[in-house]
Write a protein that binds this ligand. Structure first.
Ligand SMILES: [Zn+2]
Length: 387
């Protein structure tokens, strides 16, 4: 099975692929998509190949340039993957995943289960057979979040999960409508809500880092028109039509207030805090908040168009960025992340992994930065915990 890219946008269960399979050119358009494009449901065939008939979503250019192509079968240094999910469901699937990890150089993966209760225990039981290769992180139980006594009940389950083997918390989402942990939801309650104070503090006290996903890429909020830079992905994950949500900038402010209020809790912002389009602002947030790290998962295709600026950002904040994938278990998926981070390749396409129309470029990060992002920063977060 092919894992769709940008899984970081997935709501709900981690087993649900985030995007439609890429490269399936025969697949009919979704009804709403067809309507918006003024086409009918029959628009599945490609009658004439011309700029008038080739849809942007089907555009698959191939680079014309005779320039170096770097193949990186294995990461240059051992890697800790701080953002993955329980994609493998059975023992053979987990075994196959471990073999892939061995081949590409992934030492260990944090399985962000988003779950609590029996569901967490079940996932933990399966992955606990490989204690050197996986950690399982639990979610929150938001039951009763709108009633008195919520903090205490959530903390009780958090402590139970810790006892049962959880080593961190994640992935917790808030895309502007309120907190969510897998299926457990708290509409209208954001991370900086006083009701969450005791819960975040307890995470710090228990030595459990928190993987927190706020907002979504900026083009989800923009008009779905011909000027939208990320239209192919934005349309499916659009937030521009959601009433009464906190916008991206507001969610960053909420995250920052949360960081300031809970200095003893370590937070890992998923996907560059969705500030991959404004890394300057992310740099400022990192500078102001020593208890914050950012994972780089599922934003490779979004940063590869700006390799020089992104490279400078990695250099400046090399001690605060951690590697993550969030894109399944396949070897080609891991390898494209290495190519983007390690090589200086230019203008290459990866339509199997990413569904944007643009080409990618490598950052050519130096060994010191690679070591930090691949391993050292994550190792520091993990070692800083209490047993
Ligand atoms: Zn994720």
């Amino acid at each position: 099975m092919k894992w769709a890219n940008l899984a970081g946008l997935a709501v709900g269960l981690p087993s649900v692929p985030a995007f439609g399979e890429v490269g399936d050119e025969t697949k009919p358009l979704a009804k709403s998509q067809a309507a918006s494009q003024g086409t009918t449901g029959a628009a599945t065939t490609t009658p004439l190949a011309s700029p008038e008939t080739i849809l942007l979503k089907d555009y698959r250019p191939q680079s014309i340039y005779k320039i170096p192509v770097t193949e990186i079968p294995k990461a240059k240094f051992p890697v800790i993957d701080m953002h993955t999910h329980p994609y493998a469901k059975t023992e053979p699937e987990i075994e196959a995943w471990v073999r892939n990890m061995d081949e590409v150089g992934i030492e260990k993966g944090m399985i962000l289960t988003m779950t609590t209760g029996a569901e967490f225990d079940e996932i933990h039981r399966k992955y606990a057979k490989y204690p050197e290769r996986f950690e399982t992180w639990c979610g929150f139980d938001f039951t009763g979040y709108d009633k008195p006594g919520f903090g205490a009940s959530a903390i009780k389950e958090l402590e139970r999960c810790k006892q049962a083997g959880a080593r961190g918390v994640g992935e917790i989402h808030d895309k502007g409508q309120g907190l969510r942990s897998g299926k457990s939801k708290a509409p209208g309650m954001h991370p900086d809500d006083p009701r969450m104070d005791a819960v975040w503090d307890k995470c710090g006290e228990l030595g459990m880092p928190v993987s927190l996903h706020v907002a979504d890429p900026i083009w989800m909020y923009e008009k779905m028109d011909r000027h939208n830079d990320g239209l192919m992905n934005a349309y499916q994950w659009r937030l521009d039509n959601q009433p009464n949500i906190v916008g991206l900038s507001g969610m960053v402010d909420i995250f920052e207030r949360t960081l300031a209020r809970h200095r003893k809790t370590t937070f890992i912002a998923c996907h560059f805090m969705n500030l991959d389009y404004d890394l300057g602002r992310l740099g400022e947030v990192l500078d102001r908040n020593p208890n914050l790290y950012a994972d780089i998962s599922a934003r490779y295709a979004e940063t590869a168009p700006i390799p020089r600026f992104a490279g400078q950002f990695y250099e400046k904040h090399a001690d605060r960025l951690v590697y993550g994938t969030d894109m399944g278990v396949d070897k080609p998926m891991y390898r494209i992340t290495f190519r983007i981070l390690e090589s200086l390749d230019e203008h290459f396409y990866e339509a199997d992994q990413f569904s944007y129309h643009w080409s990618l470029n490598g950052f050519g990060l130096c060994d010191g930065i690679l070591r930090q992002v691949y391993h050292e920063n994550a190792a520091r977060v993990l070692a800083g915990r209490r047993a």
